[in-house]
Design a protein around this ligand. Structure first.
Ligand code: WT7
Length: 572
């Protein structure tokens, strides 16, 4: 074990006493009622503190191409993008989508859109046209920032999107003619805008719209507000333990909430240097990056850790990883073995952190300096009241070992303010004055939370949620598919992967080629994550008397569980 300086949080117990978010507001210099714009806090304010020359972003892409941006560069670039967006006529609270790989423009575009007062909608660049379409349609998105590599997918669907007025290609090289509604933008060729007044957004003004998948229905847009900054700032400080001289690496893509809350807002609102690696995962590439960048704080995910474990210890020893001082994980259950392993090979345990797109910031976590019980998520963040509710009565209980629903008392700064245009789904998330996470856990005698599983059929593959409903709907669009049921199956690295049971239409014969064709169909339409890694043809799907597909029965088989009482399954 490496010896650690006293963590930012100091004593967890002390922080719980008399906790109030207003101390974080004061640190940020925010007074209730004043303007609050996340992008201003991440750029202009840091420059005002005299840190304009400090490195904000160390970026590395394919082939080792590097770029470096200071906080003053962030300020100027976000000003320039914001003024370009306003010039196009983007009005406050209109949705601006970001659809690109993890290139610098993604980070700068995020800040620029917020500075312009727009609601920023980041979407994972590996999404296919169908995934993109439903999310742009739902949000009535007005503009999309994308690149030559991905604009083809936008072109395919733009006729169905009358609201989408501007398709902004941020790396246009002039070689191919731009098409209808498309406009080129280049930071390098734009005149930097020195003075730009950030939109006068208030605490409750909408900021970020992240789409997340549920069991039923189409993906939901999780609506966050600028005030979320207060939670994200303080959790980054106390859980990620970020300090002035850190080099922080968050491995998540800003298409997902970890990549915005802690890959942009948390660290930059504190003026912390962070690095980004925009290449695919290999153990070699990651270790080399940590060594080269002298990464000190590393925020990653269990799937990546399991993949590193599989790559073995020899490769760890070939690299100098001595800069690392604090490791945190999120997105899926962090296996006890992974904690023990990281302590052995890096001399540091991974600290688990539990939260959701909806919560906007970390809820339950292992704090630096607090005893880790490998396999447990530890305790709620100060200011967060988390409890387990009885699965039938929705009443909180304290019994250790009993499985309950993880619930949180509403009111923390980063809590979602709603689902975009879906009040009904939002209301369903609350019972007896509690916000329901939809996850199950147990508590032990020390008040530590132990994750048990989700309370629905959503598939968590490599830390990303996939809706069985969305995959089933897409499968139906394939000419050979009559019906389907999509479930999770266990996977050594990704924890869960997608499996589809499919019945074929008359005239189609089962074959391996057809399986591959269907898989590819989903990969292109939705995303590589949503692609079933296995397709099983089946003569008939198990159904309830009322005709509902018994997904859980198929799932139980995949997990080697008792199928149990099918009469209860029928009522599901
Ligand atoms: C769901 C939320 C939070 C950012 C990334 C995911 C699962 C998340 C943990 C953890 C066990 C976890 C839950 C949760 N999850 N963190 N530490 N241990 N499970 O955000 O896509 O909204 O997914 O991921 O099931 O509800 P998301």
């Amino acid at each position: 074990m490496k010896t650690q300086a006293r963590p930012n949080i100091g004593s967890y117990e002390e922080r719980l006493k008399g906790f109030s978010w207003s101390a974080a507001e004061s640190e940020l210099g925010y007074t209730p009622g004043a303007d609050i714009n996340i992008a201003w806090y991440c750029t202009d304010r840091i420059c005002q503190q005299g840190k304009g020359g400090k490195t904000a972003l160390l970026w590395e892409g394919l082939g080792g191409v590097e770029k470096r941006y200071t906080f003053d560069d962030l300020r100027l670039a976000s000003n320039t993008i914001a003024s370009f967006l306003q010039g196009l006529g983007i009005a406050p609270e209109e949705r601006v989508c970001l659809f690109m790989d993890r290139i610098p423009e993604l980070y700068l575009g995020f800040l620029g859109a917020l500075k312009a007062g727009a609601v920023v909608q980041p979407l994972f660049s590996a999404f296919g046209d169908e995934s993109l379409l439903v999310r742009l349609e739902n949000a009535q998105t007005k503009a999309i920032l994308t690149t030559r590599k991905h604009v083809g997918k936008v072109r395919k669907i733009r006729e169905k999107l009358p609201c989408l007025k501007h398709i902004i290609v941020v790396d246009d090289d002039g070689r191919k003619a731009l098409q209808e509604r498309e406009v080129a933008f280049s930071l390098a060729r734009s005149k930097p805008v020195e003075d730009f007044k950030a939109a006068a957004t208030k605490a409750e003004s909408p900021s970020v719209l992240h789409y997340t998948s549920g069991t039923t229905g189409m993906p939901k847009g999780v609506r966050h507000v600028h005030y979320s900054l207060v939670s994200q700032y303080l959790t980054a400080k106390w859980v990620l333990d970020l300090r002035e001289d850190d080099v922080y690496w968050c491995t998540a893509d800003p298409g997902w909430v970890t990549g915005t809350s802690y890959g942009i807002i948390g660290p930059w609102s504190q003026g912390i240097t962070q690095c980004v690696l925009d290449v695919g995962f290999t153990a070699e590439a990651w270790y080399r990056f940590i060594q080269k960048r002298r990464v000190t704080v590393w925020y990653s995910a269990p799937t990546a850790i399991r993949a590193l474990m599989k790559a073995g210890e020899e490769i760890v020893k070939k690299h100098d990883l001595s800069s690392l001082r604090h490791l945190v994980s999120v997105g899926e259950p962090l296996n006890a073995e992974a904690v023990v392993w990281s302590e052995r090979v890096f001399g540091l345990p991974f600290h688990d952190s539990y939260w959701q797109t909806e919560t906007g910031s970390i809820m339950i976590t292992n704090f630096p300096g607090v005893k880790i019980k490998p396999g447990s998520m530890c305790k709620p963040f100060p200011g967060i009241t988390a409890a387990l509710l009885d699965m039938a009565t929705f009443e909180p209980f304290h019994e250790s070992g009993k499985v309950g629903l993880i619930a949180i008392k509403p009111g923390w700064p980063a809590m979602l303010r709603g689902y975009w245009n879906n009040q009904e789904a939002f209301e369903k998330k609350f019972k007896n004055g509690w916000y329901l996470t939809g996850d199950r856990a147990t508590l032990d005698q020390d008040g530590y939370f132990w994750f048990v599983g989700r309370d629905d059929d959503v598939i968590n593959t490599a830390g990303h949620l996939v809706s069985p409903f969305e995959v089933e709907s897409a499968l139906l669009e394939h000419p050979a598919v009559a019906e389907s049921a999509v479930v999770s199956k266990p996977d050594e690295i990704n924890m869960e992967v997608v499996k589809a049971f499919v019945t074929l239409k008359a005239g189609f014969a089962e074959s391996d080629d057809l399986k591959l064709e269907i898989m590819n169909f989903i990969r292109k339409k939705l995303s590589p994550l949503a692609m079933p890694t296995e397709i099983e043809f089946i003569a008939q799907l198990p159904k309830t008397r009322s005709g509902k597909i018994m997904r859980r029965m198929l799932k139980a088989k995949e997990w080697g569980q008792e199928i149990g009482d099918t009469s209860t399954l029928e009522n599901d």
